[in-house]
Write a protein that binds this ligand. Structure first.
Ligand SMILES: [Mn+2]
Length: 432
């Protein structure tokens, strides 16, 4: 086999040399400033080094909108090339070794081959994702009018079977979670009976739940519209919570930041789900209007920080069973996906580290004393602290790049892939 172009550790180390002096100077200064706040910068570097966010296999190609898709040169054409790009991304940022597969888009011909391909690149498989929102060639029943909640039991059964296949494949790949997002819903008032469709969904999910291995979790992802424009079956976190509770302890809610109406207080939803023991995980992305799937932290960085403020608060107070799965879920239309995912992984880590800076003892006292202004400023102080040197040093100590995007561009990776991967017919990518 022809040798494929890779960014190696030596190249990253060479690129780091040019930046090292300045970043370490900034790091030293930040260390002194944080010490005045009784914070040890080394603890934060360790936290940044241990932070992980999973990569969606479908995020490595150009997503496209309802209008068009403008594919870039050198995009991955199959699951192996997607994993190649995941490995490159992880080599740069060192926080993304987990990959979330989407079935059937990533259905391997040989499971063991895929597994060893991933292992050789220090990657592993995170949550599986089923797809019952589009029809596949030779599929018996159509999902045009729904899947797990469809009025026809035969369609529901087909959708259940697909989910069971995903779990079976996931077991072979070492995954421990399954995410179910469905496109079921209605475009018009009267089209669907709200209670009946939810009952159908629950009945289907009970069958899937029963097949779930004991050490697995199943994530329910809510979304208030799209592809259905009037009503969806799992429309909000309340319905998601109800279903997770009905199903049992292995079921939990997954929060996709783009799946809420504008101005909804997502950090509060996160706080509620933590309190109720049903926060399963996240699909991080950002949005201005709808399910835009823009890069995490690009539109509302303060919201991302406030979400992590809840997560870190739960982490520090040892909430029982608190173990959310973090994943990016983005659609890249005008950027190189590897660059967008690098920046997004960094932005999510940034929010996590900034949230560590909140003086929680002082905040609790201010809350008790009803001091609204100083409570806000305590939270804001953490948000406005530039923790970039911490993130850069953490990456470097783990073998990654001080400036992942500059290093990636200097490597000529995409141009090399454009040579190796001549465009073939439309690669399967999409938005969940
Ligand atoms: Mn999602």
């Amino acid at each position: 086999m022809q040798r494929k172009f890779e960014i190696d550790d030596g190249f990253i180390a060479d690129q780091n040399k040019a930046l090292e002096k300045w970043i370490h100077e900034d790091y030293e200064h930040l260390g002194k400033a944080l010490l005045r706040r009784q914070i040890d910068i080394e603890d934060l570097v360790a936290k940044a080094q241990s932070f992980r966010v999973a990569i969606p296999s479908w995020g490595l190609g150009t997503g496209g909108t309802r209008f068009a898709r403008f594919p870039g040169a050198g995009e991955p054409r199959d699951v192996y090339e997607k994993l190649e790009d995941c490995a490159t991304l992880n080599r740069l940022v060192r926080s993304t070794p987990g990959v979330s597969l989407h079935i059937p888009w990533d259905q391997p011909e040989d499971v063991n081959e895929l597994l060893s391909f991933a292992r050789h690149r220090d990657l592993f498989f995170e949550a599986m994702n089923s797809n019952t929102f589009q029809d596949q060639p030779a599929q018996q029943h159509s999902y045009k009018f729904g899947s797990l909640a469809h009025s026809d039991p035969a369609v529901r059964l087909q959708a259940i079977d697909h989910n069971l296949e995903c779990i079976e494949l996931g077991q072979k790949l070492g995954s421990k979670a399954h995410t179910v997002w469905i496109g079921d819903g209605g475009n018009f008032p009267g089209q669907q009976h709200f209670r009946k469709t939810l009952e159908n969904y629950l009945e289907s999910m009970r069958t899937i739940y029963q097949a779930l291995p004991n050490d697995w979790r199943i994530f329910i992802e809510h979304k208030f519209y799209e592809p259905a424009f009037y009503s969806t079956v799992i429309n909000d976190w309340g319905t998601s919570y109800y279903c997770a509770r009905e199903l049992g302890p292995k079921a939990a809610c997954l929060v996709d930041l783009g799946h809420h109406a504008p101005n909804v207080n997502i950090e509060m939803i996160v706080g509620r789900l933590i309190q109720f023991g049903k926060l399963g995980g996240f699909h991080f992305n950002d949005s201005k209007y709808g399910d835009d799937d823009l890069d995490a932290g690009s539109i509302k960085p303060f919201q991302l920080f406030l979400i992590f403020n809840e997560l870190v608060d739960a982490e520090q107070s040892n909430v029982p069973g608190f173990d959310p799965a973090y994943m990016l879920d983005q659609s890249h239309n005008v950027t190189d996906p590897i660059e967008s995912l690098s920046m997004s992984a960094i932005e999510v880590t940034r929010a996590y580290i900034q949230a560590q800076l909140v003086d929680r003892v002082a905040l609790a006292e201010l809350q008790d004393n009803c001091d609204a202004l100083l409570a806000l400023s305590t939270v804001k102080q953490a948000f406005i602290t530039d923790v970039s040197p911490i993130l850069a040093v953490a990456r470097q100590r783990s073998g990654g790049a001080l400036d992942p995007i500059a290093t990636y561009r200097a490597s000529g990776y995409r141009a090399a892939k454009a040579e190796e991967r001549p465009t073939k017919i439309e690669a399967t990518v999409g938005i969940v």
